[in-house]
Design a protein around this ligand. Structure first.
Ligand code: C2E
Ligand code: MG
Ligand code: MG
Ligand code: MG
Length: 291
């Protein structure tokens, strides 16, 4: 699985440490300009409710179409950007794009929420919640339709600073999700102490659950414990029918993965959505998945 790096598939080269360092440096110095010149795009990957199969949300995922290196997946540049102040600009950029689309879907009668990934720096920024509140009002989007995904390590690296920010975000009414759950060192017990609403089971467990009993056990226990804490449980990395069926059986709430769709650029996502939208009594649109 390690060889898979998103849509692009294979790794193109095996760079030396020096090359990696140089490239990181280049990427960081070029990122601001990349944002301003339209090289940075947001792709959308749908999340469906496992019971109704309706599209309930999207995850907004950043892509950089670099003039020299081609299309870069976030794993190749987000960590470098995160080490700088530029991550504020990245998060704002993705949030703005996401809110514009959520508003547009609402205007067409579709209630689809958007999830934006946060980095540790956002959680250490005490002005961040205010900027989020301002963006929600400006776009006239109800806070329930914006989700922030945070990783365990992001919260746990500096809980003293992160917690007040999380509480203020939560007080705004936005949805908070713990991403990549199960990969960190922390236990489910700490989830109780965080103002979170949703837990996303890491894809490494979801990939394997069709054939690996221990992965299946991990997934099952995250679903059960998540529910016992009143959380919505999302499985990411759903690639196979059999896995989806097992998740339904285990009572998992929401699925995201290549089985449903890869992350798509806006125009292709819109076409995907259009093909799955039905008019309900000529009044409201509703998405129903036909998988
Ligand atoms: P993530 O938040 O856990 O996002 C899910 C990743 O899993 C995405 O990779 C998505 O394309 C991939 N994925 C979803 N379903 C499947 C599947 O069925 N099979 C496989 N093999 N992969 C699947 P992506 O887009 O490359 O993003 C990687 C990571 O980069 C994200 O992991 C997130 O941590 C980070 N990231 C992405 N966009 C942003 C952003 O705007 N800001 C920040 N701070 N981080 C971001
Ligand atoms: Mg995420
Ligand atoms: Mg994840
Ligand atoms: Mg990840």
């Amino acid at each position: 699985r390690a060889a898979r790096t998103g849509d692009a598939g294979v790794r193109r080269y095996a760079p030396s440490m020096g090359q990696i360092f140089l490239r990181r440096f280049q990427l960081v110095t070029q990122f601001r300009q990349a944002l301003d010149t339209g090289q940075v795009e947001v792709h959308f990957q749908p999340k469906i409710a496992l019971r109704s199969r309706a599209v309930v949300g999207v995850e907004a995922l950043v892509r950089w179409v670099h003039p020299e290196f081609g299309r870069l997946d976030p794993d190749e540049f987000v960590p470098a950007v995160e080490a700088t102040g530029l991550v504020d600009a990245l998060t704002s950029f993705v949030m703005e794009r996401a809110l514009i689309e959520v508003r547009g879907w609402l205007d067409r009668g579709l209630r689809i929420s958007a999830a934006v990934n946060l980095s540790v720096r956002n959680l250490a920024d005490e002005n961040f919640p205010e900027r989020v509140g301002e963006a929600l009002s400006r776009h006239e989007v109800p806070p329930q339709l914006l989700t922030f995904e945070l990783t365990e390590s992001g919260v746990m690296s500096d809980p003293e600073r992160a917690l007040p920010v999380l509480r203020r975000l939560h007080a705004l009414g936005v949805v908070l999700a713990v991403d990549d759950f199960g990969t960190g060192y922390s236990s489910l017990a700490y989830l109780r102490q965080l103002p979170v609403d949703e837990v996303k089971i890491d894809k490494s467990f979801v990939f394997g659950m069709g054939s690996d009993l221990s992965d299946m056990a991990v997934v099952r226990s995250i679903i059960e414990l998540g529910h016992s804490l009143g959380l919505v449980v999302v499985a990411e990395g759903v690639e196979e029918d059999a896995v989806r069926d097992q998740l339904v059986e285990m009572g998992c709430d929401i699925a995201q993965g290549y089985l449903i769709s890869r992350p798509l650029p806006l125009d292709r996502f819109e076409a995907w959505l259009q093909a799955r939208t039905v008019r309900v009594r000529g009044l409201y649109d509703e998405t129903v998945l036909t998988l």
